[in-house]
Design a protein around this ligand. Structure first.
Ligand code: C5P
Length: 248
């Protein structure tokens, strides 16, 4: 049986709001229902790095979602600076092995985990074809290729849709992290997301963490919404355990 704390630690709330004061208000409204926060580009452009530093210093887990994509030298130096903030994890686009290896070098001895963004959850097979990726390549094909590349470069895990979690889990080491955005409850609005999954199915498929933004930030009561997601995580973990037991 999973403890409540274990399930709660697997929920990452995306603080996708335009101002630091709004992020603080959201954290306050969620209270103890979540303990892991993601700061992404919107908030970074409005003072989010100071908030990241402050939350990390206060013992909160912070996921800094910078999605770096640049030449190796620049990525290496940017990662080294990010490591000074005290955040728990950082994202880099997982497009090329050179910049992934540079990120690992830049991290040095910092405990900050490096996560490679495989294929954005807002993209479909048609979007990939439009980018010039070989016709017939599915998001899952590319996600798997990039997950292997990230693991080989020394990354701690990947960002991928719950729809790809099972095939990644079968292909990588047991400690390699799978973090899944694009999480929606059945029947909820998708917004711009395409490759979505419910939180329980994502966990049952092998995801370690889920990232939830609008369904919590825009809820009438974000604390109630966060608690609901934690319940679904618990259900997913139980399903995963019973699948493992029935295989043994
Ligand atoms: O509001 P929603 O739950 O769709 O937010 C998902 C969050 O996860 C956003 O902050 C988005 O930037 C992030 N993300 C994503 N897909 C990825 C990587 C990150 O949706 N592949």
């Amino acid at each position: 049986m999973q403890t409540d704390d274990d399930a709660r630690a697997r929920l990452i709330v995306a603080l996708d709001v335009p101002k630091v004061e709004e992020a603080r208000a959201l954290i306050g409204r969620i209270g103890d229902e979540a303990a892991f926060y993601k700061i992404g580009l919107e908030l970074v452009m409005a003072g989010g790095l100071d908030l990241a530093r402050e939350l990390a210093a206060a013992g909160r887990s912070v996921f800094l979602d910078m999605k770096f994509l640049d030449i190796g030298n620049t990525v290496e130096r940017a990662v080294a600076s990010a490591a000074e903030l005290g955040v728990a994890c950082l994202t880099i686009h997982g497009h090329d092995a050179k910049s992934l290896k540079a990120a690992v070098t830049g991290r040095g001895n910092s405990p900050m985990k490096l996560l490679a963004v495989t294929v954005l959850t807002s993209l479909t097979a048609e979007d990939l074809a439009e980018q010039g990726i070989a016709a017939g390549t599915t998001p899952a094909d590319l996600v798997l290729k990039r997950a292997h590349m990230a693991e080989a470069a020394g990354f701690d895990g990947v960002i991928a849709s719950g729809q790809e979690a099972a095939c990644i889990r079968a292909a990588v080491g047991p400690d390699f992290l799978i973090v899944t955005p694009g999480i929606r409850l059945a029947g909820a609005s998708l917004g711009d997301q395409e490759r979505v999954m419910t939180p329980d199915h994502a966990l049952a498929a092998g995801a370690d963490y889920i990232v939830v933004g609008r369904p919590i930030a825009q809820a009438d009561d974000p604390a109630v919404a966060a608690r609901t997601f934690v319940r679904y995580i618990e259900a997913g973990l139980s399903e995963r355990q019973s699948k493992t037991r029935s295989k043994d």
